[in-house]
Design a protein around this ligand. Structure first.
Ligand code: GDP
Length: 199
């Protein structure tokens, strides 16, 4: 069984004081609501309902930890950009993600999930700003790639590469991804394993 298939739900945290021990290695997933983040986590782990927990009422604003093996986690950060979210919840989201990004020494890299048709929106840009001071590695999954024609794909790639260059000065790699067809799953797994294995 691969590392990914061993993923099990570990815990949901809404308070930075309750984060698990900070001495292992982990990779976090961020993205707008509806970008396909849960589907991507499920596709990567080969566990169809794993990230379902992140959708259960009361857990949408928590950081959800999935354990791969001892001291190794995949971490699902709460989705952003949900118009209906109240101001208090937005503040909580900022506090929680800010604290997570600043404090987690275990964090090796950030996977940013974006719908390939609407990549690098203002909120994605804000998130990328936050990770800059830490010089954290990032990798963008341009999801729902199965919905794009060849022509749309070329345009989306060009635009995403330009935006990545502008916003991250080239420190963020990117790829197409589809949880529906499995496109890009192996490539993304490769990036994550490399990060988790890095000392
Ligand atoms: P999240 O809110 O970011 O966790 O997004 P979800 O994973 O729940 O996906 C949002 C919607 O997009 C759902 O209806 C999914 O079925 C759909 N979706 C997610 N990934 C893909 C994909 O790769 N291809 C297609 N065609 N639909 C997708």
């Amino acid at each position: 069984m691969s590392t990914f298939q061993r993923a099990t739900y570990a815990m949901s945290v809404h308070d930075p004081a309750l984060f698990p021990p900070n001495d292992g290695s982990e990779v976090a997933f961020a993205g707008r609501s509806n970008s396909g983040k849960s589907s991507a986590i499920n596709a990567l782990t080969g566990r169809r309902r794993l990230a379902h927990v992140s959708k259960t009422p009361g857990r949408t604003q928590t950081i959800n930890f999935f354990s791969l093996e001892e001291h190794r986690f995949l971490v699902d950060l709460p989705g952003y950009g949900y118009a209906a979210v109240a101001t208090g919840e937005k503040r909580h989201w900022k506090m929680l993600i800010g604290a997570y990004i600043q404090s987690r020494l275990a964090l090796r890299g950030l996977i940013v999930v974006m719908d390939a048709r609407h990549a690098f929106g203002p909120l994605d840009g804000q998130l990328l700003e936050w990770i800059k001071p830490r010089g954290l590695a990032c990798h963008v999954l341009l999801t729902k790639a199965d919905k794009l024609s060849a022509r749309e794909r070329s345009a989306a790639r060009l635009e995403a590469e330009r935006a990545a260059q502008r916003l991250t000065a080239g420190s963020c790699s990117l790829q197409f991804f589809s949880s529906k067809t499995g496109e890009g799953v192996d490539t993304a797994r490769g990036v994550i394993v490399r990060w988790l294995d890095a000392k």
